[in-house]
Design a protein around this ligand. Structure first.
Ligand code: GAP
Length: 431
């Protein structure tokens, strides 16, 4: 199994994800590229549902939020000012015997975790995790750029634009979703630690006098988010990160951890960044980042509360919560118990028999009605009904709709529920 996956439930999820078109190992056909993953048709749908829900909850449904979509490539000064060029690194050790490379803070450095030889690991050296590239045809110092390691900086560099264009009252937030890249020393555990992933981040600009209030508000909103994606509250845990373990910019951080099949690990973070980033911009660009309170002469650089969500970790938490095994008619069944709003496919429509044109025609009619209403509706007429149900269970479709001979007479369909496997008759007009 690729990416060092050791847990049985995790293996079952990774295998289902590949078999059923959710997530494939990146560049698999050429032997893979460690730390990269491709989303298949159902994975894309699941990811979109999660991202759209987040955008609705934190941008569209609020009056104090603004969205941006900044360029991934940014001026190198951004990453110098933010401290990423200087400090965004992990300690790397190399084994002189097997040539393995490891993160020193994640292993017992007295022996190599790969070949088990004692005393073969080098002294740790700091390894910067940003992917460097050059912009334009000449590769010199001045053309260096980086694939962004967080979406946050694209928000800070646009703070002034938002203030000048919209002049929002404090507190207000700016949100962004998008790719981030980190050259992780040891990508691991499926999409949990990848080299290319997506973040959904908010920089919430506040008056420094009452940052605690906004921090508490966002703390509660993070819990609302976890509930909205169906995570059981007892599987989510807050961890107050001690000063020595906090990121260089943070004055307070609460990590939200989740009981993944691989163990309790970070799902997302909530950090108080103070005025660290805007102060850096003032220093490096010479531009003024003051916020002027309307109708007064009071000016200051706002402070920032940052809820930072990883899309892949949300997907992994949703998949591992949804993954269920039970027994139906004496046979083992695997199904994904997705909340309805996240299920990639909402309904599957089938004619009882595919060689009866009148059933197929009626089923097509029902399919069109549902497709118009819900979009994410699948047609399946392969194999027998039992097999179709199993296939849909495995991809988490909440409802299977079957058109039989009674449908032709009574204008009714049978709807089968994924979780209970119960079936009921419903009039087509009530669908
Ligand atoms: N702007 C703040 C920031 O980037 P972070 O804790 O480094 O903070 C935020 O990252 C979130 O991004 C994490 O909680 C996690 O969900 C996700 N994340 C970080 N590194 C990741 C990786 N290598 N693979 C997948 N997700 C990652």
């Amino acid at each position: 199994m690729s990416e060092n996956i050791k847990n049985e439930k995790m293996e079952a999820i990774v295998s289902l994800a590949k078999r059923r078109g959710f997530i494939y190992p990146g560049s698999d056909i050429y032997g893979g590229l460690s730390g990269t993953w491709d989303f298949g048709p159902l994975g894309v749908a699941l990811k979109r549902n999660i991202k759209n829900l987040w955008w609705k909850m934190f941008v569209e449904d609020r009056e104090d939020m603004y969205g941006v979509d900044a360029a991934i490539l940014m001026n190198q000064k951004v990453w110098k000012a933010s401290g990423h060029v200087g400090t965004f690194s992990d300690p790397l050790v190399e084994c002189s015997e097997c040539k393995g490379r490891f993160r020193a803070d994640q292993i017992d450095i007295s022996k190599c975790p790969e070949c088990n030889k004692v005393g073969t690991l080098s002294e740790p050296r700091q390894f910067n995790m940003m992917f460097q590239t050059h912009v334009g045809p000449v590769a010199d110092e001045s053309s260096i750029s980086y694939l962004r390691p967080e979406t946050a900086q694209g928000i800070f560099t646009n703070y002034k634009n938002i203030v000048d264009n919209f002049y929002p009252d404090l507190p207000f937030g700016v949100a962004q979703q998008g790719k981030a890249f980190r050259n992780e020393i040891s990508p691991r555990d499926f999409v949990f630690r990848s080299r290319e992933f997506e973040q959904m981040e908010i920089e919430y600009f506040v008056n420094p006098e009452n940052w605690q209030e906004s921090f508490e508000e966002w703390r509660k909103l993070v819990w609302d988010w976890c509930a909205a994606i169906g995570l059981p509250a007892e599987s989510v845990h807050e961890l107050e990160v001690p000063e020595e373990k906090r990121a260089h910019y943070s004055k307070r951080t609460v990590d939200f951890e989740f009981d993944f099949p691989i163990g309790r690990e970070e799902l997302l973070g909530l950090a108080y960044r103070g005025s660290f980033d805007l102060d850096n911009i003032v220093r490096e660009s010479g531009k003024n980042m003051d916020y002027l309170i309307k109708g007064t002469n009071t000016k200051f650089v706002p402070h920032v509360i940052e809820p930072s969500f990883g899309v892949e970790r949300a997907i992994m938490a949703v998949l591992s919560t949804a993954y269920t095994e039970d027994e139906v008619n004496g046979e083992k069944r695997i199904y994904l118990k997705f909340p309805e709003n996240l299920a990639p496919i909402k309904y599957c429509v089938s004619p009882l028999l595919k060689n009866k044109p009148e059933l197929v025609a009626k089923a097509r009619e029902v399919y069109s009605i549902l497709k118009k209403k819900h979009g994410a509706v699948m047609w399946d007429d392969n194999g027998n009904i039992g097999k179709r149900y199993r296939r849909q269970d495995e991809i988490g479709t909440p409802y299977c709709v079957v058109i039989d001979f009674d449908s032709l007479v009574n204008d009714t369909v049978t709807i089968r529920d994924r979780d209970t496997t119960e079936q009921k008759l419903v009039a087509i007009k009530d669908l």
